[in-house]
Every structure is written in C-alpha cells, then in structure tokens.
Design a protein around this ligand. Structure first.
Ligand SMILES: [Zn+2]
Length: 393
C-alpha cells in the first residue's frame, strides 16, 4: 500500500541516542525493547537496512520508539501518482475539510469560514492533497512546504515551497496548519510542535495525522517511524509547548490513521481515554512475532515447481521483500494493475493486463483491507484457489 509520506530526513536522528533506556517522551524508565529475529529492517521508502527491526515500548505513556540509522541516505520514493495515491490525497483533503466543518468548537468553525484564512500543509509530497483542498474550499489561501517533493505541479492555485519546515522562516502566521504522516518521522517532537505553535494565529488550529496507536498495524514495521504515539504521549508533548488537544479520532479516510485536532492552550480540559500501555505492548509484540513466523508459514503453501508471482508493487510488497526474504526469493515477477507510481524492486514488474495465466502461484502483496477485492479479481482472471496465496499478516 502506498501512502503520502513525507520525511524531513535531514533532521532525523535516533530518539535512543539521547534517551538511553528512558522514554524520550515521558522520561519513564519503565520501558521494554521489542526486537525481532528477522535479518533486515525497512525504512518507509523501502530502503533495506542490514539489521533487525527494534522498537522500544513505554509502559507509562504507551509510545513506541523506533530509530532511523540511515538519516543521511536520501529517500527514494515513488512518483506518488498511482491511482491509489491520488484517491488517497483526495480522501485526505475531504477528511480535513470535514473535520473542520463539523468541529463543535466555535472558534475553529469561524477560522475555517474566514474569507482569507491561511492554511499551511507541512509535508506536501506531490501537493495533491493541498490542491484537492483548494478545490473543495477555494477561499483558503493554501501554502504547502515539502523538502523533497515526489513531483511539483505547475499551478498558481496554491503556494508551493520546496524547503524544510524546521529551518524555514515564514512572513506571516497561519490559521490552520496540517500534516499527514510527518510527525512520526521527526526526532524532536516538541521542537516540531513548538514551531507549529509559533506559526499559528491565536484563534487557529493544528491538525496532526499519524499512524493510529490501535489497532497495532503494519505501520510498526517501518524503522523510521520514530514514534508510534498514543493520545497520552502526544498530549504530553503538546502541553510542553502550549498546545492543547481539542479532539482526536480515527481518520475518515483510513482506519489506521489517527487525527489530532490541537489549538493554542486556553485552559480547556480534554478527557483522554484510559491508557492501556500493557495491552498495547502485547498486541505490538504479537504483530511482530506473526511477521517473524510468516516466511515459514508460507513455505508450506508454495509449490516449488511452479513460478511465483507477487501481486502489488507498493509498500506491502516491499514489506514482503524485507521481512519474508525466503518467500520473496522465490518470486519470479511482480504484477500490478498499472506500473504508474510503482515502488522500487529488483524483479521485473508486469502489468496485470499483460499477464498470461498458466500454472503460476500468485501471492497477494497488499494490505488486508483490499485483499478480498483482489482475490475476486484474480479468480475472474482464471487463477484457481490453489494458485492464490494470501498472507496472514
Ligand atoms: Zn513514555
């Protein structure tokens, strides 16, 4: 699965470097490492790291810490313009607009309605989300900043800035600042939020979207997700910089994304749900353990005498390449509906329409939510049940 991901990689280091064994968010020493027996780890752009994935769980605030040991290596991303990516950008824009429109907070509603409301997107990727939001809300003055764009559209509808947020000086403040899949990559969360706080008008708001803390998902498998936040851990960072939580919810566009609505502190009280860090630890550990066993599990389903295809050229197939190396070694080719926006692989990629179905086996390299539709599609194309292999992770 491909996503809009943006990294401010020049500024990523490891939270472990300064934290030691104590949690870098809440300073608790009540932490535990979750390591895997797998040989490699993967960065979110698919870069293979020659080390096992290792995360540190905090039993106090529930955050899960990751590390990026290759901060200097440039990110190699897809063009971000696959059909899936473009639909996703549109859905994120719809979700952001909807969140603001339906806010029960009067000052946020009036901010959105201001005739000259200024909006800043941090981490524009290919700027498709900002452009979609502009179409939905033409009165907004939208600026989008991105240090390493997937591509840059020719447009005057929004202001595009190719730069790093942490070092950028803006001439004015903004009414609304939003970011999607950015904060989990930034080593110094408080510094990032502080800078956002300084850039917001007193009546403005900040929308932060990041991988949800629950359910535990394959988002845990990226080494450079430096933080898997819980509401408690993010709220701690906010408090420290003069921001408060107004609302939080699962994103309308993706059940694995959590959306936090923040504003400059007014003294309001937001009731956080009960933290359950012990339960979180169990599910996180279980998910990583299931990935550790998956290569062996799939072996019993694969027929060595038949060619193996991998369906999907996105993030999930890259996870298979990294974490299921024995299975991936048997893959002769990758197939995908359209090569547009495909990620980097060292195997040939064939468009599905060009594929001749013989006796191959085909492994579905897509996230669980879209597998049933793909199974149907494969059946319709002539693959029988013994040919279709579905991962259990
Ligand atoms: Zn903590």
């Amino acid at each position: 699965m491909q996503k809009n991901r943006t990294r401010h990689n020049q500024h990523i280091s490891s939270p472990f470097e300064t934290a030691g064994i104590s949690c870098s968010i809440c300073q608790s020493n009540n932490t535990a490492s979750i390591t895997t027996s797998m040989t490699y780890a993967m960065r979110s752009d698919g870069l293979l790291l020659n080390e096992p994935l290792a995360k540190v769980h905090c039993f106090n605030c529930g955050v899960l810490l990751g590390r990026n040991n290759q901060p200097e290596q440039a990110y190699l991303r897809s063009s971000g313009n696959s059909e899936f990516d473009l639909k996703r950008h549109q859905a994120v824009a719809n979700g952001i607009a909807n969140l603001l429109e339906t806010s029960s907070n009067q000052s946020i509603l009036s901010t959105l309605c201001k005739s000259d409301a200024r909006v800043l997107e941090i981490g524009g990727a290919n700027f498709a989300t900002a452009l979609a939001l502009k179409k939905l809300k033409p009165h907004l003055q939208i600026t989008s900043i991105e240090p390493s764009p997937e591509q840059v559209p020719e447009t005057n509808d929004i202001d595009i800035i190719i730069d790093t947020f942490s070092t950028k000086h803006f001439k004015h403040k903004f009414d609304i600042i939003f970011s999607n899949n950015v904060i989990e990559h930034i080593a110094d969360t408080r510094a990032f939020l502080k800078q956002c706080r300084e850039m917001i008008e007193p009546s403005g708001c900040l929308i932060v979207c990041c991988p949800a803390h629950t359910p535990a998902s394959n988002e845990l498998l990226f080494s450079d997700h430096l933080y898997h936040f819980t509401p408690q851990s993010l709220a701690l960072c906010c408090q420290a910089v003069g921001l408060e939580l107004v609302a939080q919810q699962v994103a309308g566009w993706d059940t694995l994304t959590q959306v936090y609505l923040l504003r400059p502190t007014t003294g309001g009280q937001y009731q956080l749900e009960e933290p359950k860090p012990t339960q979180l630890f169990q599910v996180r550990r279980r998910l990583l353990a299931e990935w550790s066993k998956q290569d062996t599990l799939l072996k019993s389903q694969l027929d060595a005498s038949r060619p193996l295809l991998l369906f999907g050229a996105g993030e999930f197939s890259q996870l298979i390449r990294t974490y299921l190396p024995k299975t991936y070694a048997k893959v002769s080719a990758i197939t995908v509906d359209s090569v547009l926006g495909a990620r980097q692989f060292d195997k040939p990629i064939i468009e599905f329409g060009q594929l001749r179905v013989t006796n191959q086996q085909i492994l579905i390299g897509l996230n669980p939510s879209v597998r049933p539709a793909v199974e149907q599609k494969l059946s319709a194309a002539g693959f029988n049940q013994s040919q279709i292999i579905v991962p259990t992770v």
